[in-house]
Design a protein around this ligand. Structure first.
Ligand SMILES: [Zn+2]
Length: 357
């Protein structure tokens, strides 16, 4: 037993190499080569771990057009896999998560007025937040035109068609809450994104994110590299793998203070992620999947859902007149009992709520 605890999390390391691009967090020029990955048939790159800040990222980084091409292919494969019914279940699930988040702010006596969500997907998380705070003004930012259109038509949210790395002058001091759920692992320049978020926020504004714990997320690629000495497939464009301690220190350096910061799922750890050197946990050896053929084959729609929002949210426990009931059911479904310090690099997903200092 004692042995197991000494092995979790396992050390991830590799040969010291010179990087093509310096660390986006601390500007370091050298790094440890952890793995080689193929992003579809679009690009081959190395995963490099920074010896100074422990951040792991793609080297060289994907360009914006490479990301958008691969992203589109991934979206299409993903939406082809899930039926409309599953899609609607996911919408409601995200709505409930938004409700839980909204009430967690309420308990802290915080009522956001103007919210920006980066990469909102279906938009149902923000819809849940708006259920709790009906007068909140919601703007979403995405580069994918289908996501933009869906959020505009389905939720009537305001839209910005752009990537979070680009600075938008109109957004300065405009929002008291910026949300980035499962986004910061995808961005090509995290330093620029966090600087932008800071400038978009009003004083005392909040930054909420969730992101995979980098140590476990990169484990599959690391295993493929050390067990097979081959490149692995990077189909989801996770280009950043955050170290729990490094991420917190980085955000503090960029002018934020932590309000809530914890890791909340450990199922993956129990399965061996992050410590067990088992072939079953590897990412598949790369076959350089063709991104173009998947786009042509499946068309380009993302949410081909005809259903109206009222119909999707037509559940016995979602009622304007009994919001307490919505809250209770949502908390019952999504509250995380387990809360681990992300600095331990154990567990799957990190939850962060930071305040502009
Ligand atoms: Zn670094």
């Amino acid at each position: 037993m004692k042995n197991i605890f000494r092995r979790i999390p396992a050390h991830i390391g590799g040969n010291i190499v010179e990087r093509e691009e310096s660390c986006r967090i601390c500007d370091e020029k050298m790094g440890e080569r952890i793995a080689v990955v193929d992003y579809w048939n679009i690009k081959t790159a190395r995963l490099i771990k920074c010896p100074k800040c422990n951040h792991i990222q793609l080297d060289p980084m994907l360009t914006d057009s490479e990301i958008s091409k691969g992203c589109n292919a991934y979206y299409i494969e993903e939406s082809a896999r899930s039926s409309d019914k599953e899609e609607c279940i996911n919408f409601v699930r995200n709505f409930r998560r938004g409700v839980v988040f909204g009430y967690s702010l309420k308990r802290k006596k915080i009522s956001p007025r103007s919210v920006l969500e980066l990469g909102p997907g279906s938009g149902y998380f923000s819809a849940g937040l708006k259920f709790v705070f009906p007068s909140v003004d919601i703007t979403i930012m995405d580069i994918n035109v289908h996501v933009i259109n869906f959020n505009q038509e389905h939720h009537k949210f305001k839209i910005i068609h752009d990537v979070p790395d680009h600075f938008i002058e109109d957004c300065i001091n405009k929002f008291d809450l910026v949300i980035a759920r499962d986004i910061i692992e995808h961005v090509s320049d995290i330093s620029r994104v966090v600087k932008n978020v800071n400038r978009y926020l009003t004083s005392d504004g909040l930054f909420h994110f969730i992101t995979p714990s980098g140590h476990e997320d990169v484990w599959k690629h690391y295993l493929t590299s050390i067990l097979t000495d081959s490149a692995s497939e990077l189909l989801i464009n996770h280009v950043n793998y955050y170290d729990g301690k490094g991420l917190k220190e980085f955000l503090i350096k960029e002018g934020f203070i932590p309000v809530d910061y914890y890791t909340y799922t450990i199922k993956t750890t129990l399965r061996g992620n992050g410590w067990k050197k088992n072939q079953k946990l590897m990412s598949p050896v790369s076959i350089r999947k063709n991104a173009d053929s998947s786009i042509i084959r499946k068309g380009t729609g993302i949410y081909n859902i005809e259903l109206k929002k009222e119909k999707i949210l037509d559940k016995w426990y979602i009622q304007d007149r009994a919001k307490w009931l919505t809250y209770i059911i949502s908390v019952y479904q999504h509250f995380s009992i387990i809360r681990i310090n992300p600095e331990l690099n154990i567990g799957h997903e990190i939850y962060g709520l930071f305040k502009k200092n």
